[in-house]
Unconditional design. Structure first.
Length: 65
């Protein structure tokens, strides 16, 4: 059963990385490590910043919807 749990854990990690779900946790860890006094944005604010950055960069492609 240990291999099954390990497999499920790996699959969950893979899907989160593939979809970008874990980006916020990585960002929060980065901010807390590099700038401990800085205010960490909420998940909603982070997603708004991320979307704005992607839309402003022509190398990211375009957003149709």
């Amino acid at each position: 059963m240990t291999w099954l749990r390990r497999g499920v854990r790996w699959m969950r990690w893979y899907v989160r990385e593939l979809t970008g779900e874990s980006a916020y946790e990585r960002y929060v860890a980065h901010v807390r490590k590099d700038r401990p006094a800085a205010t960490v944005p909420s998940r909603r604010e982070f997603e708004r910043m991320r979307t704005d950055r992607q839309e402003s960069d022509p190398r990211q492609g375009f957003r149709c919807c």
